[in-house]
Design a protein around this ligand. Structure first.
Ligand SMILES: CC(C)(COP(=O)(O)OP(=O)(O)OC[C@H]1O[C@@H](n2cnc3c(N)ncnc32)[C@H](O)[C@@H]1OP(=O)(O)O)[C@@H](O)C(=O)NCCC(=O)NCCS
Length: 185
């Protein structure tokens, strides 16, 4: 009994202070602002060797009412970005961007950004969230599948290396009305 209690105590301490707890509790998700532009662009350029977005586009996204830029902070620095796009005529939101700084991967930052993206899409009455991912991006595909996204199509030769994009979707909520749409709110 004593041995078991000692083991339980160590387990509870590990849960509170181990790497999982440390990394999860240190992640903050917030809305991006214009002041983040330089840091976000630097992150973008570091993560995406090809098909990166320009600084100008990033600035436009930060100011757009039909886009939400989410920023993940870890250890007081910007560690990740997610961009969700909305259309006034559609109940389907699109995850346009998801990136985590190379030194900060494997800590659940992308997963946290995904959850926040889904939450914000739901709050804008969207019934699903869609995304495209390079067919060879196995890490990202694993992340999406684990988060409940299902593959439903493909865009051929979508990327600049002529790689195909796999299309994924996750249903977010059941809707009563047929004319619900994202852009109304
Ligand atoms: C793909 C990408 C977004 C994943 O980001 P990430 O923050 O490492 O993702 P997560 O940490 O949430 O999950 C990744 C792994 O870390 C593990 N993990 C999650 N939380 C963890 C935690 N708290 N502690 C330790 N490991 C954890 C997960 O189990 C997962 O393991 P797996 O590699 O076996 O699947 C990131 O590598 C990236 O930016 N890649 C380049 C850009 C890109 O491909 N974007 C997607 C385009 S569609």
């Amino acid at each position: 009994m004593l041995a078991w209690r000692g083991h339980l105590g160590r387990y509870l301490k590990w849960m509170r202070t181990g790497p999982l707890a440390r990394s999860s509790s240190a992640i903050q998700i917030r809305r991006g602002r214009l002041a983040d532009l330089n840091a976000l662009w630097e992150l973008e350029s570091r993560v995406f060797a090809m098909d990166g977005i320009s600084r100008r586009s990033l600035r436009r996204l930060l100011a757009s009412p039909s886009a939400v830029v989410l920023v993940a902070e870890a250890d007081h620095t910007i560690a990740g970005i997610a961009v969700v796009l909305f259309r006034a005529t559609s109940a389907v939101a699109r995850l346009y961007r998801l990136a985590v700084a190379p030194k900060k991967t494997g800590r659940g930052i992308a997963s946290a950004l995904l959850v926040a993206s889904e939450r914000i899409s739901k709050s804008r009455q969207c019934r699903s969230l869609r995304l495209e991912v390079h067919e060879k991006n196995h890490g990202a595909i694993r992340l999406y599948r684990r988060a409940g996204y299902r593959e439903f199509g493909k865009y051929r030769q979508y990327y600049s290396d002529r790689g195909h994009a796999l299309r994924f979707e996750k249903q977010l909520a059941r809707h009563g009305g047929s004319n619900d749409n994202c852009g109304r709110c």
